[in-house]
Write a protein that binds this ligand. Sequence first.
Ligand code: AKB
Length: 317
Amino acid sequence: MKNVLVIGSTGQIGSELTRELRRRYGNDGIVAGYIKGAEPRGELKEGGPSAEADVTNPEMIAEVVRKHKIDTIYNLAALLSVVAEKKPQLAWKIGIDGLWNILEVARENKCAVFTPSSIGSFGLNTPHTKTPQDTVQRPGTIYGISKVTTELLSDYYFKKYGVDTRSVRFPGLISYVTPPGGGTTDYAVDIYYSAVRGEKFVCPIRKGTLMDMMYMPDGLHAAIALMEADPSRLVHRNGFNIASMSFDPEEIFQTIRRYKPGFEMAYAVDPLKQSIADSWPDSLDDSCAREEWDWQPRYDLDTMTADMLKHLEEKLK
Ligand code: AKB
């Protein structure tokens, strides 16, 4: 029996991770943490305990952890890359001051902590193709700077205090459940909504721009499998590269067109999103994750597209 607190349980990853953890470990021990204005509703609320858990309020987090005897925290509080560029100080306050609060509570209460990093933790001078696990990380965005700091601070708490910190570098996550808000990779979700609604899609990312992407079920599996992994096998801890597919806008468009022959796409490049995308890798080398905790994705672009379209047809009916 595990007692888990999911911080950010109503967000893009959190809403599905909370359901998946409840499915695997039972409802009672999985607490859906939320902030005011983003309270859980429906199945997320009825399906198990929930609690206000604002990362900027360490006393509140400590109280929830003690009350529910939490042993594992999934800390998903963060602003995505494009929003973070518009609100850099808030991005730092949530991403780093918030992380510091979580790590301190974890140290005092002996909790394991998962805080995602991202492909955004790399920068222009990182090798772009098959980006290695250990390489140059000099990002130019506040999102990337906060993700590198997340990895380093999490490693520091492990080495100095023995806090069981682990994380992956998420690619763009694609899902039909909760839409992302303010990321560079959001286009790869939006394009499916346009296809199912029968609308022409206007792509904000230039043709030929490769980025790593992943279907949400694989992302959830990665987060849970890493936290369950045998610690004696882990050479790395924070910031495992994980990968399943890398494509440019044209490739995802052509894949969708195989199912929706009349689907159309035009380009209206967004300079901010494009400059962020240009600084991120084309593809990651995830061999360390495969070796150290048997990471393996199940979906590729084709199987993901078939599943996305099927579920969105149902959802938007
Ligand atoms: C974003 O685009 O900001 C995120 C990410 C890849 O970290 N989806």
